[in-house]
Write a protein that binds this ligand. Structure first.
Ligand code: GCV
Length: 611
């Protein structure tokens, strides 16, 4: 059977269905060693005294030995194969993940579409039903398990379609899917609609109404009877028109705890998203600042959530923009279990057309948020039914590196990218890593929205430039560019947002002299004549970044054309690069022209800016 092996080229066959994890580990080990053709033999064994997800690797002459806990044995096999493929020394001692829950959230809809999906349609929904190719799911499960990802939420947090009732009519299918993923150590999760009881004749979704709580208890009993290891429920409430406890004058702790109590007897987790803000804001209202919203809503509730509630917070206070400071909510809620949420789907970051490797982002976030401040990590998925799962073959690097950071938040982007490229494209790994993947985020930022400028994208689909696209909208997302200045003052003299940070961070951000350039216009409103640390004016820096970003894409394209990538990846990557080139030129010209028309300041180097 021909498979798309992504970063596991030595595993050519789809594993059989129905194996126990230990059998699967042995099967993968045997096949992997054969695929590597390295002349080594291997054995793997479960050691019931080891923690479930831990493993140890040893080598005795030509024999490799993997010992692990119930799931760790499989992780150990993948780690061994990876080390052998890369020619690396085996890690010493017992290896175990930093976070117990390493989650992938899919925004898949029952009709087969994926909200913000850029790699084809859903792998498990089509036409309002659960439909899937088991082999493809086994391949996906293998990719996830090979980097230690262990929770998969199947359906969109926007549970719009009442037919999308995974936990009701489709329970038998959910059970089947759980069985497919289980041997890989992957537990399923489902998004639920806070108002779901109202589809069943209950006139309210008030979390303090006993009829509501009883409905959820009954549902939970049915679900966990069928799928005893279901991880839990994911909920988006009171956010972007989703129902929630605010309708009934209840807090989010009251809403989350009601659901959490229904599933607690089965060990279920209630993952509650903290993506709450006013999406019906009047743009004339300059006192409401969207980044303040999550902190204002949740920090006062710290300590009120039940033990099985996990509050899932996006990495930044806005919404996965190319550059945001870390969310202050992550730093402040010491008495609540938190999950840090990333978005692998490249909604605002190139839509899996433009190259945008996220490992540097993961590093930067963990440099600001000490890993022990959060108890879990989650990421919005970037895969779908496309033949290569990821649309752009390099987008696979983002799932891979998310897994690496979820396992070990001390990971380094350079090593992670080199490992992915070394496994996937050994003949050009170094150039790909150093010249393309590692700088790709910075380059994207330069030609789109440098200096902390956010929301210059086209509304709705969010690809391509539109500097005024969100200026007079209700989403609370503005940069307020004018003839003289641009940016939002979020210091104490402005919206006050910076005060949500611990004192040292606040001081760093509040002073334009110490605020990092990349966040300058996120925290400050500055005149175009503002002189930056490197002596350039703000307006010149905006021009320079856009020119330089687009030039760097041209260079990247030249390098890409020389790489001996295998087909069909080469054709796909080159075709997408043509679109990225067009996108970068478009961004450069639109944004530079926009600021030139406002400011009337010419480019110091006389480069082409349109009138
Ligand atoms: C699933 C952004 C996206 C929405 C997404 C939302 C969320 O607003 O544009 O598509 O909805 O984030 O994270 O809930």
């Amino acid at each position: 059977m021909k498979t798309y092996t992504a970063w596991l080229p030595f595993l050519k066959e789809v594993p059989p269905r129905g194996l126990e994890t230990a059998e699967l580990a042995a099967w993968e080990l045997e096949q992997g060693l054969r695929g590597l053709d390295c002349g080594l033999s291997g054995r793997c064994a479960v050691d019931g005294t080891m923690p479930e997800e831990a493993y140890r690797l040893e080598r005795d002459g030509e024999t490799c030995l993997v010992t692990g806990g119930r799931i760790g044995v499989l992780y150990g096999v993948y780690a061994l194969l990876r080390a052998l493929a890369l020619g690396q020394a085996l890690p010493e001692g017992v290896q175990r993940p930093f976070y117990p829950a390493r989650m992938i959230n899919c925004w898949d809809n029952a009709d087969g579409s994926i909200e913000r999906g850029y790699a084809g349609r859903s792998l498990w929904f089509e036409g309002g039903a659960v439909r899937y190719d088991p082999d493809r799911l086994l391949e996906l499960a293998r990719l996830m398990a090979s980097v230690g990802l262990n929770v998969l939420c199947l359906n969109n947090v926007n549970v719009r379609d009442p037919a999308e009732r995974l936990i009701e009519d489709w329970l038998p299918k959910l059970r089947e899917l759980a069985a497919l993923f289980r041997p890989f150590g992957i537990r399923l999760m489902v998004s639920v609609d806070f108002a779901q009881p109202m589809l069943h004749g209950i006139p309210t979704a008030d979390p303090l109404d006993e009829r509501v709580a009883a409905w959820w208890r009954e549902r939970a009993r049915d679900i966990w009877t069928q799928i005893p290891d279901l991880y839990g429920f994911l909920v988006k409430a009171d956010s972007e028109h989703r129902p929630g406890p605010f309708t009934y004058g209840r807090s989010h702790a009251e809403g989350a705890n009601m659901l959490a109590r229904a599933i607690a007897p089965y060990g279920g987790k209630l993952v509650w998203r903290a993506f709450v803000y006013n999406c019906l804001q009047d743009w004339r209202d300059q006192t409401t600042d969207r980044p303040c919203a999550a902190y204002d809503t949740y920090v006062p509730l710290d300590g009120q959530f039940d033990a099985n509630v996990i509050l899932q917070v996006k990495n930044g206070p806005f919404d996965f923009q190319v550059r945001e400071p870390v969310s202050p909510t992550l730093l402040k809620m010491a008495h609540t279990s938190l999950a840090l949420e990333f978005q692998l789907a490249q909604e605002y970051t190139g839509q899996q057309i433009d190259i945008y490797a996220m490992a540097p982002l993961f590093r930067e976030v963990f440099d600001e948020v000490p890993p022990e401040k959060v108890q879990a990590v989650a990421a919005v998925s970037n895969f779908g039914r496309d033949g290569n799962y990821f649309g752009h073959p390099f987008a696979a690097a983002n799932l891979f590196s998310f897994g690496c950071f979820a396992w070990d938040p001390a990971s380094e982007p350079g090593e992670t990218m080199a490992a992915w490229a070394g496994l996937t494209y050994p003949s050009c790994a170094r150039t790909l890593t150093e010249e393309i993947l590692l700088p790709s985020r910075e380059i994207y930022e330069q030609y789109t929205a440098p200096l902390g400028l956010c929301w210059m994208v086209n509304p709705n689909h969010h690809y391509g430039p539109n500097p005024m696209g969100y200026e007079f909208q209700s989403w609370g997302t503005y940069h307020r560019a004018s003839r003289d200045a641009v940016g939002i003052d979020r210091t104490g003299a402005g919206t006050g947002y910076a005060a949500q940070y611990p004192p040292a961070m606040r001081a760093r951000y509040e002073n334009p002299e110490t605020c990092p350039d990349r966040l300058l216009l996120f925290f400050h409103r500055l005149p175009y004549s503002f002189v930056m640390r490197d002596g350039r004016t703000l307006i010149q820096r905006i021009y320079d970044d856009h020119f330089e970003g687009a030039e760097r894409v041209e260079k990247m394209a030249e390098i890409l054309r020389t790489l001996p990538l295998p087909q069909p990846d080469r054709d796909t990557a080159l075709a997408r690069m043509e679109k990225q080139l067009a996108n970068a030129r478009e961004w450069r010209d639109v944004v530079n022209t926009f600021f030139w028309r406002f400011s009337g300041v010419p480019d110091a180097h006389g480069r082409k800016i349109y009138d």
